[in-house]
Ligand binder design. Structure first.
Ligand code: HEM
Length: 497
């Protein structure tokens, strides 16, 4: 018996050693053999361990990598010995955006058997699930749907302004105000729930549930690392990236209410999601199950909440530090809005300076830091002849592109004039990509700016913002969360006009 155990242990150890040796043989000096410059050692790129211990933000880590290869169009790096390709050259980035058939998926992966919810999230899903889900979700974000949302967004802005009026000549944390506004607006649109988030208190169950859905600290760091880089271990360790009990309860309630045939289906995003198309074949229908609903509802809440809150707060921050821009924007707002009976949706589309301000905020603070893809078919970079092999993950740092002085002189100066000709030219040049690139770009690309522009117009018509002693310069970001979010909030002094 003892002998059998020893033989078993010996064989297992030999098999593991062989597997590791084969793995190392396959990948060791992978980039060197292809004459691709490399970053650091074979096992772990640079100081990536600081990211997963919560000391360094992942976006910052990518900027440091980008800056360490100033002359290279791309370079390779390794995570646990797996080769990654970091793309720096705008022309190559454009090619990746255009050639969706080669770069359909992200390299993050989650097996449906291991996590039936996360695996279906639009952010993680692979084809054909991703394509069908994206088609279905895209119908929710049409200009007509936005227009219909405007009165609701306005009513929440009005409540915010009533709160702000009480704080004339006081210092307030606009990040907190922005989060409260989004706690009211987003669950209303996506889930049809009234969060009743008050502005004078910081404890709202829905806000806390959304903020905690992704967790924080070392546990989230480890879970994110496993999902992103060693997905097979997720099942073994049974760790979960998502705390979705709150969304699950809401989805269950909606599905339950549909069983009652007298119930009239609403116009909320969740109603549209739950409303399955009768033309779908059985297999597709099976995919769009309750887990799919929970997955998409959570994805929308997570993907929207932090970026839109920070986007609003950081817009006010930059407009406070740059008073002449704030004044210019206010003048434009008053020029377009002379009385109370105006169609705000049409007006914000016409406001050129407002668009320039928003574009510049998204340049300095792209909020979604990186683009990540998995090459799903061998792809040759025409300019250099490098063959990116099937299965190779690639990384693009949006933040690093947006703050590279080669593309944006004096990159940390807030200057909306950079966008006086719009964003198209810079987008086409592959150097402006706040919402990513290609077919897998952000689903909220048109929605987020609409909400922020309305909120900015509403608040700047009534209030002026100035920096104060507590205003950080520059803003310090939280290194323990995946999104870009100010660690200590954004403190500004507010004056009633
Ligand atoms: C200022 C606000 C926002 C910024 C800067 C932002 C940025 C991004 C970026 C950079 C990506 C990755 C794109 C790529 O890989 O090419 C992304 C993906 C995504 N975003 Fe946003 N986002 C914002 C707001 C929103 C909102 C409001 C929603 C929800 C309506 C949303 C939903 C998503 C989804 C679902 C994806 C994954 C898309 C897919 O894989 O098909 N985002 N976002």
């Amino acid at each position: 018996m003892i002998l059998a155990i020893w033989v078993f242990l010996y064989l297992t150890l030999t098999a593991c050693t062989l597997a590791i040796l084969l793995y190392i043989q396959k990948y060791y000096k992978y980039w060197e053999k292809r004459k691709v410059p490399i970053e650091s050692n074979f096992f772990l790129a640079n100081n990536i361990y600081s990211v997963f211990s919560g000391k360094l933000h992942f976006g910052k880590f990518l900027i440091e990598l980008y800056q360490s290869h100033p002359e290279d169009p791309y370079f390779g790096f390794y995570i646990l010995g797996k080769p990654y390709l970091f793309i720096r050259c705008p022309n190559i980035i454009k090619g990746i955006g255009k050639n969706h058939q080669y770069f359909q998926d992200r390299s993050f992966f989650c097996d449906e058997k291991v996590d039936p919810v996360v695996s279906k999230s639009l952010f993680i899903a692979k084809n054909p699930g991703w394509r069908d889900s994206r088609q279905k979700l895209s119908t929710l974000f049409s200009p007509a749907k936005f227009k219909a949302m405007v009165p609701m967004i306005l009513s929440h802005c009005e409540k915010m302004n009533i709160f702000l009026k009480r704080y004339n000549n006081h210092v307030i944390n606009v990040q907190e105000t922005a989060e409260n506004l989004m706690t009211n607006v987003l669950p209303h649109i996506f889930l049809g729930i009234d969060s009743q988030c008050e502005y004078n208190t910081n404890d709202n169950v829905i806000k806390e549930a959304i903020k905690n859905m992704f967790g924080k600290g070392w546990y989230q760091g480890v879970a994110f690392f496993l999902y992103a880089f060693v997905p097979k271990l997720v099942g073994v360790l049974k760790c979960s990236l998502l705390h979705d009990d709150f969304i699950k309860t809401i989805v269950k309630d909606v599905i339950e209410s549909y069983k009652d045939t007298r119930h009239t289906r609403g116009t909320r995003v969740i109603d549209t999601l739950a409303n399955l198309d009768n033309n779908m074949n059985q297999k597709t229908k099976e995919y769009f199950d309750e887990n799919w609903l929970v997955a998409q509802s959570s994805t929308l809440a997570i993907a929207a909440f932090v970026p839109t809150s920070s986007f609003f707060a950081l817009s006010l921050y930059e407009l406070s530090l740059n008073q002449e821009c704030q004044e210019k924007l206010r003048e434009e707002i008053f020029e377009h809005i002379r009385d109370e009976n105006f169609d705000i949706y049409d007006r914000i589309m016409e406001m050129k300076y407002l668009n320039m301000v928003v574009a510049e905020v998204l340049r300095i603070y792209p909020l979604g830091d990186f683009v990540n893809r998995n090459c799903n078919r061998d792809y040759v970079i025409e300019a250099t002849g490098l063959r990116i092999e099937k299965g190779t993950p690639i990384m693009i740092s949006i933040n690093a592109m947006h703050t590279d002085p080669k593309f944006y002189p004096d990159p940390f100066r807030f200057d909306p004039e950079r966008f006086k000709n719009g964003t198209k030219e810079l987008e086409n040049a592959g150097v402006y990509l706040p919402f990513g690139c290609g077919q897998r770009r952000c689903l909220g690309e048109r929605f987020a700016p609409v909400v922020i522009k309305i909120a900015l117009v509403e608040v700047l018509r009534k209030f002026k913002f100035e920096p104060c002693n507590e205003t950080e310069r520059p803003v310090i970001f939280d290194s323990q969360v995946i999104n870009t979010s100010p660690l200590n909030g954004v403190k500004l002094r507010i004056y009633k006009l």
